[in-house]
Design a protein around this ligand. Structure first.
Ligand code: IDP
Length: 137
């Protein structure tokens, strides 16, 4: 059964002109497709809620600042095992530890500026889709 996941191409991906490359990788996976997509500058309130689980960690404040620093591409991707699949396509959080072939492994060096967010479970995908696209069924 197809799933849906919430993906954010972070401000570094937009600034560096990598959104087409990353969206292309997602679209080329068999049966995956875009269900919603918007270029959006995320405000502090939105980001504080999105990253609430990290509040108090040393990287939290610079993360919120970075994420608010310019437009992101916010999207819903749907397809077979897309929650696990986009996480695999993104690679692990630290781009230096991420394997070449993954988005973070191919394009990133800085942990904070790691290009892409993707929901990490069915539960967070549901929550994040409703949060970023409230009118989305
Ligand atoms: P994930 O995005 O791979 O799921 P999380 O642990 O949920 O990773 O962290 C959210 C985001 O916070 C990361 O994608 C990264 O941008 C940033 N981040 C996480 N850990 C660190 C860190 O140790 N230093 C700087 N930024 C971090």
């Amino acid at each position: 059964m197809p799933e849906r996941t919430l993906v954010i191409l972070k401000p570094d991906a937009v600034r560096r002109g990598l959104t087409g490359e990353i969206i292309g990788r997602i679209e080329r996976k068999a049966g995956w497709s875009l269900a919603a997509l918007e270029l959006r500058t995320l405000d502090r309130a939105t980001l504080e809620q999105h990253y609430a689980e990290h509040e108090g960690r040393p990287f939290y404040e610079p993360l919120v600042e970075f994420m608010a620093s310019g437009p992101s591409v916010v999207m819903v991707v749907e397809g077979e095992r897309v929650i696990e699949g986009v996480r695999a396509l993104a690679g692990p959080t630290d781009p230096i530890a991420a394997a070449p072939g993954s988005v973070r492994g191919d394009f990133g060096t800085i942990v904070r500026e790691n290009l892409i967010h993707a929901s990490d479970s069915e539960e967070s995908a549901e929550r994040e889709m409703k949060f970023f696209f409230p009118s989305f069924a």
